[in-house]
Each structure stands twice: as C-alpha cells, then as structure tokens.
Ligand binder design. Sequence first.
Ligand SMILES: [Zn+2]
Length: 336
Amino acid sequence: MANKMSVPYPRRPNDPSIRGLCNFSLSCCVNALLQSLFATDELLALLDRWKPNGDWEDSNNVPLQLKRALYAMGGEARLQPAPHRNFLACLHRNSIHRNVQHDADEVFLSVLNLIQQQMADTHVKKEILDLYKVNVEGHTRCLECTFDHVVNSFFVSLPLSLCEGQNNLEECIQSFFREHKLSGEDACYCDRCGEKQPSSQGFKLCSLPKILCIHLKRFRHEGGFTRKLYCKVAFPETLNFPNVLDPEHISVVEKGNTFYSLYAVVVHSGAAMFGHYTAYIQPPRDPRWYYANDSRVQQVQWSDVQQSYGGQKGSDTAYMLLYRKQPASDDQGYSG
Ligand SMILES: [Zn+2]
C-alpha cells in the first residue's frame, strides 16, 4: 500500500484515455466530479507537489484520499476495480454521506473547503484555491444618496441564475455582473443615510482564474420543495471574456490571455430528487471528448456534448462547466 504514493505522476504521457468508476452507494455525483478533477492537470500537479508530513494512511484526510484516488485512476494501479473507494469512505466520515443524492456543486465546494481545512501546507492549499478563484468587486449603490459601498469577494464556482426560457451562457454571465435593483425586503442598509434604502447591486470582475468553474443554477427551492429547471442553456466550446462582459463590468484589465476552452461538463439527468450524474470530459493533450457514466466510458463528439444544453422536460442537462484558461503564447504553462 505505502509505495502507491511513489507513483511520480498519475497520467502516462501516451495514455490520455479515462477509465470508468463503478457506482458505490449512489456515488454517481462524486464519480462525475472525480472525472472532472482528474482532467484538471493543474490540480494534479499541485497535489503532486504536496508532501504531507503526517500519517500517509490517514483515512479521514480528504486531500490525501483525493490525491490517492486520482493517482489510482491514472497510475500503475489504474486497473484496480475501485480506485475511489477509500475517497468515498473518507467523504462519508467528513459528512458527505453515502447513499444520499448529492448536489455536485455543493460537493465540489465542500471538497475545496475540506482541502483548505485539512492540508497543512499553506502554499499549496492557497494555490489550489487560487486555481478556481474569480475575484470580484461587489458594488451596492444607495439609490437615495448614490453612496457606493464596495466589498471585495470571490467565487470558486460562478453561480449563474437561469430564466425559464432560452438561455445562453454569455448572457447568463452578463446578467450575473449586471446591476440588479434591490427594494422592499431586499433593500440594503446605507451607512451614509443610516437606514435601509432601495439599492442597486452589481459586480465588477477583478481577476480570472486558470480554471473557471460555472454552476448553472438548475435547482429552484420554492415552498419547501426543490424544482428542476430543464430550460435550454447553450454554452460554447471557447469563451473570451472581453467579448462577454462590457468594459464597465471589468475592474482591472486582465493582462495576458482571457481565452478559455471547455474541458469538462458535469451533467444531471432526471428530476430534482431522483437524479443521476455523468460527465463529458476532454482530457489534457487529447482533442477527443469522452462520456463517463459511472463505470462506462465512451468516446463522443462535440455534438453529443451539446445534447446537454437541455430544453425539454426530462432531458439531460449540463449542471457544472469547467473552462481552462489557454496559456498566453509566451507562457509555456504550469508544466514548462
Ligand atoms: Zn444612502
């Protein structure tokens, strides 16, 4: 067991294909997430740099068990039947329980949080967070006195609201940053007026991460139960931010490249309470798309990925999108 951690790097250069992960106790959500994390070379490189001081067999440590699962998915142990079994058991001990239908975005955020809590190496854990961090400037403007309250914050997955009709990703991103009016119960306290006032709230983009994770908010909580939105959300294979956002919503002009390409789509099928997760993955250094449905993996076309736009009741729907920033021409990237 101990020498499993000595595998230097999980992905063999000429073997980019991905392997299936069998479904244990409703683990499809974690399986789909693991496939997307395994396709994130930047994360694998950071986990590879991390040398835990403590017990290498600590079965409660999420970053350690994640590292082991990702190694086993790609390393010399790749043919073992269940490379993620210990990771699932570790999540269970960290309150992400077996036999429960999970929300993929919530599990993703929980795993990132647990990495921050359980990894002692402050440099590596900061770099893992920075990998996903979209820094924004939140502006809340009092409509009475025009005072502008500015708060800096960040998102590691961009939560995009959807409308019931047709959506496209670029419009959803624009809408996220655009000013919204807040009045009545939603009115904000104004420091200058000393009372709640109707306000407008919007964001300016401060910096873009290497990995842009987008959460399409398809689950709407209403009157004590959860409804799924099957509406169509068209998303592109490549995204260039200056073409998406108006200059007034960009706080600092991004230096270098703002060009992204899609490499993973976590898909939710079925209804809100009885769903199934799968993933479309384009592994690094492999132009082909694959569809991972638990233990089954098949090669597919971009037109198959587009089937997850949704638009009809019961259709498969993209739930999380992962885009990778393309290295600038003078930048050989993390691996250089
Ligand atoms: Zn005011």
